[in-house]
Each structure stands twice: as C-alpha cells, then as structure tokens.
Design a protein around this ligand. Structure first.
Ligand code: FAD
Length: 317
C-alpha cells in the first residue's frame, strides 16, 4: 500500500528530488529525509549557504535554483552561527521547496542563540512546511563570549524532537572534532546525539576515503545505527584548501597535494582537477557500499552540474 513516486520523472523508486509517498488512500506527501534514505537507493544532495546581506539574496536564490534543476535528493541550507545570515536560511529553504520542488534541509545552530530564538525559527519552519532540520552547536564565537542557553548539539536535538515531528540530522567528524581530546571521546558524544533522537548524521569533509571507512566501522561497533551521509567538498581553488585545513583540521593525502603542487597556480586546471578528485572519491565510496553522498557545493551550480554529470549512470540505480 506504500508506493514511492517521483513527481519529476514519474519513475518509481527514483532516488531523486520530488520523491513522494502515495499512501493507501492515494494521498501524496513529500518524503522526509529519513524516508528518502530508507528507500535504499543512492542519494546525492547539495549544500548552499544563504547570503550575508540582502543585496546578495537574489544571486544566492538564482544559484540555488540552478542547483535544484539537477534534481538532488535534497538540498541543505546552512545557518549563520551568530545571526546575520540566519534570517535568510528559512527563506532560501522555503524557495527550494516551493519554487524548485526539492526537499529542503534547514541547518540550525544553538550555541550563540537563545531558546526563544530557536523556537521562533522552528515555528517558521513548521509554518512553511519545512520538515528537516540539521541540528548543530555552531562554532564558539571568537569574541570571548561564553555559551548562553545551549552548550552542545544534543541539547538542541532533544528540544527539536519535543517541538514537532521534524526529521533531525546532526554533524559528525571522521577525523574527530577539532576541540575533541581524541576520536573515541568524540564518538561517545556522537552516540549521545543519536540517543537524543537524530535520524541521520552527515560527515565533515574528508579527502581520504580510508579515514571514512574506519569511521564507519567504528560507528557500527559503537552501535550508531542511523544512516551516515558522506560529506564531500570539491576543492576548486588553492586558497580554499588553506581555509579548509584551518577550519576542519582534516588530512590531505599525498595524491591531493601532488594535484595542488602541479595545478594550484592555474585556476581553471585546479578547478577541473578538484571536481574530478571529488567525483573519484564518490565513485570509490559508492563502489564500497556508501550510498548517501552530500556535496558541499558552496553555491556553485557549475561544480554541482559537473559532478552530477560525472555520476549520471552510477547514481541512477
Ligand atoms: P557538538 O556535537 O555539540 O560537539 C561540539 C564539541 O563538543 C565536540 O568536540 C564534541 O566532542 C564535544 N561534546 C559534545 N557533547 C559533549 C558533552 N555532553 N560534554 C562534553 N563535550 C561534548 N556551522 C554553522 O555555524 N552553520 C552551519 O550551517 C553548519 N553546518 C554544518 C554541517 C555539517 C555537516 C558539519 C559537519 C558542520 C557544520 N557546521 C556548521 C560546523 C559546526 O557548527 C561546528 O563544527 C561546531 O564546532 C560543532 O558543531 P556540532 O553540532 O558538531 O557540535
């Protein structure tokens, strides 16, 4: 009595955007992300970040529209930790759903926020029918201020769970979170997030798949049994690498450093190599049974398109 249909292609069991559930009475409703992941097909999702100022809103919306045309399984919209861009997250997520027909995932951070603000945002999401939230702590502000009402993402997860029937995701770190004493402690806290009620976890970017495979194994040993989405960052210019290393502390394998050495000074060549590196990473992940891939597309439709084309037959299982 349950049939998954795709509003875009009419292809039953299609993994992509516009997956709806047709219930026994023939009513259709948009699937939550946990249901899309449970279909058991490969999924490919993309991330966009909202504008920092109002005059950039249109250009972000246009980029989101182009990325949505690629029919990803869902699209996530990041949330500014300390306000600023946070007001635009709901607007962009709403446009993704209403205007471009793709399932949105709205990020929400808590460490710089208040209970009142969090519940205000959750209310707005409900009002607009946005049912998927990525619950994050956010980075500790550099201005010396200390956490106010929330300290960890698990507190936010518990609260979202009580606030309605949201599908909740959380972040995880194959190389350990930068503040963690070690990976084992970080894994204990990840388990707490799952116990608090998150439905799936998405990884921080990584460039060495072996690190991901070990992490996945450790999650299984620890009894972390929610779907794991591998987060892939296509590095398309040499400066981005420096920023990525500083922010995430992730390792770059020798193979990647060789690409950087040879092509780093030639932007077009570096971009091409970065896209192909990310595509190869995804092919290896899928060949090794990792079906769910999230791409940090950083508002770049051309990058999203090149990767989607490079995988067109591979993901269309
Ligand atoms: P937590 O899970 O709370 O963990 C933070 C640190 O505290 C870790 O070191 C953990 O080991 C430790 N910890 C957790 N629980 C406890 C406890 N009970 N006691 C002691 N220590 C504990 N940032 C944004 O600002 N906006 C975004 O939209 C955004 N999107 C992201 C999406 C993904 C997929 C990822 C991987 C990260 C994203 N971030 C975003 C970055 C994120 O906010 C930072 O990495 C932040 O520093 C940690 O957030 P968290 O939700 O993982 O925190």
């Amino acid at each position: 009595d349950r049939r998954i249909i795709n509003a875009c292609s009419g292809n039953p069991d299609y993994w992509g955007a516009g997956a709806f559930l047709d219930d026994a009475e023939g009513r259709e409703r948009r699937l939550k992300i946990r249901e899309i992941l449970a279909v058991g097909k490969p999924t490919l999702s993309f991330e966009v970040f909202p504008p920092k100022t109002e005059d950039a809103y249109d250009s972000v919306e246009k980029a989101a529209a182009k990325i949505a045309k690629l029919k990803p399984s869902f699209m996530s919209v990041t949330y500014g930790a300390g306000g600023g861009t946070s007001d635009y997250t709901v607007g962009i997520a709403s446009a993704i759903k209403e205007e471009y027909g793709v399932t949105p995932l709205a990020h929400l951070t808590c460490v710089s926020s208040t209970r009142e603000k969090v519940h205000h945002v959750l209310g707005e999401l409900k009002e607009r029918g946005i049912e998927n939230v990525l619950a994050l702590r956010g980075d500790i502000p550099q201005d010396g201020s200390t956490p106010k009402e929330y300290h960890y993402a698990s507190e936010l997860i518990r609260e979202i769970k009580k606030a309605g029937d949201f599908c909740i995701g959380a972040a995880c770190y194959p190389e350990g979170h930068v503040e963690s004493a070690n990976k084992s402690v970080d894994m204990d806290y990840l388990k707490q997030k799952v116990e608090a009620g998150c439905d799936f976890v998405t990884t921080q970017m990584f460039f060495d798949n072996e690190i991901f495979y070990r992490f996945k194994e450790n999650c299984a040993i620890k009894g972390i049994d929610v779907p794991l989405i591998a987060g892939i960052m296509p590095i398309t210019n040499a400066n981005q690498i420096k920023r990525s290393v500083e922010l995430s502390g992730c390792a770059f394998p020798k193979k990647f450093m060789k690409i950087l050495e040879r092509f780093g000074e030639r932007p077009a060549a570096m971009k091409q190599a970065g896209i192909i590196y990310a595509t190869e990473q995804i092919i290896d992940l899928m060949a090794n049974g990792q079906n769910h891939i999230h791409i940090y597309t950083m508002n770049k439709p051309d990058v999203a398109e090149a990767i989607t084309k490079g995988l067109s037959e591979i993901i269309n299982e």
